[in-house]
Design a protein around this ligand. Structure first.
Ligand code: IP8
Length: 269
């Protein structure tokens, strides 16, 4: 039986984060090549991708992460319901670029949009993982951060890819490791990057260090890394390796997936 790896391609890596709905096709192509390397080395892959500029900008404008907001006029012409539909549509578009990058390399992949099978937000979201569990070896199952239905007054909310990876890594059998591929950084930095100054990369990270004093807040400012580290520790605690690496350098994602020594941050239980 082949081992599995869960990989998250960050939204800031696969899209131009500040330009609405713009994909980084060259990066997608290189990531797909590395995924192919994993499959060729007898490793099954579950792929989760983030939203970047296909999700966050509009979701923020219409406050979709807060759920239903009554009596609020939003800047722009849409209602929240219309914004939910548009963000889902934009995410399907981003997902189609991801699938295209995979199928161009003859990788067999199946996509499972969360708004069709998941509800509620956070790492304890509701949703049946049977399809992921029963996927035949060699088939890549793909899912992503999305707007999902929520119970109660919220009605809808944002289910992040960083939450999806927790349940996928912990609940699927034979998962060896979880790898976060990120844009703009080599891993977790000791402090937020300052232009022109050397960055101190933390090669390993223990939970107590990550959340000391103002440290965690500073890391959050560096682009959502606080959430990845937090979710990563939930996975490490279950005996699964977790690595955060740059997705912009040749081979690092494949090396991390295959358990080879690579520049990045390894989380320690
Ligand atoms: O980029 C966010 O997913 P993430 C999903 O994985 C949306 O946190 C729609 C903003």
């Amino acid at each position: 039986m082949r081992d599995r790896v869960v990989v998250k391609w960050g939204g800031g890596l696969i899209t131009e984060k500040s330009t609405m709905t713009t994909v980084r096709a060259d990066i997608l192509d290189r990531l797909a090549e590395q995924l192919e390397t994993c499959l060729a080395h007898d490793l099954d892959v579950v792929l989760v991708h983030g939203a970047g500029s296909f999700g966050h900008l509009k979701a923020k404008q219409y406050r979709l992460a807060e759920g239903r907001i009554n009596h609020q006029t939003f800047e722009g012409e849409m209602s929240q319901d219309e914004a939910v539909e548009e963000v889902r549509q934009d995410m399907l578009t981003l997902n189609s670029y991801v699938m295209e990058a995979l199928t161009k390399r003859d990788i067999s992949a199946v996509t499972l949009p969360p708004h069709q099978w998941a509800s509620n937000t956070g790492p304890d979201f509701t949703g049946d993982l049977t399809v992921f569990r029963d996927a035949p070896s060699g088939i890549v199952l793909v899912t992503y951060g999305d707007v999902v239905k929520c119970d109660g007054e919220a009605e809808f909310g944002i289910l992040s890819g960083d939450d999806l990876v927790v349940r996928l890594a912990v609940e699927l059998p034979r998962v060896k490791r979880l790898v976060f591929a990120m844009g703009g950084v080599d891993g977790v930095l000791a402090a937020p990057p300052v232009p022109g100054e050397a960055q101190e990369l933390l090669h390993t990270l223990r939970k107590d260090r990550a959340f000391e004093g103002s440290h965690a807040t500073e890391m959050d400012v560096t682009g959502g890394i606080g959430l990845k580290v937090d979710r990563g520790f939930q996975v490490v605690e279950r005996g699964i390796e977790v690595m955060l690496v740059s997705g912009e350098h040749e081979q690092r994602v494949a090396d991390a997936c295959l358990g080879r020594t690579v520049l990045g941050t390894s989380l320690l239980a």
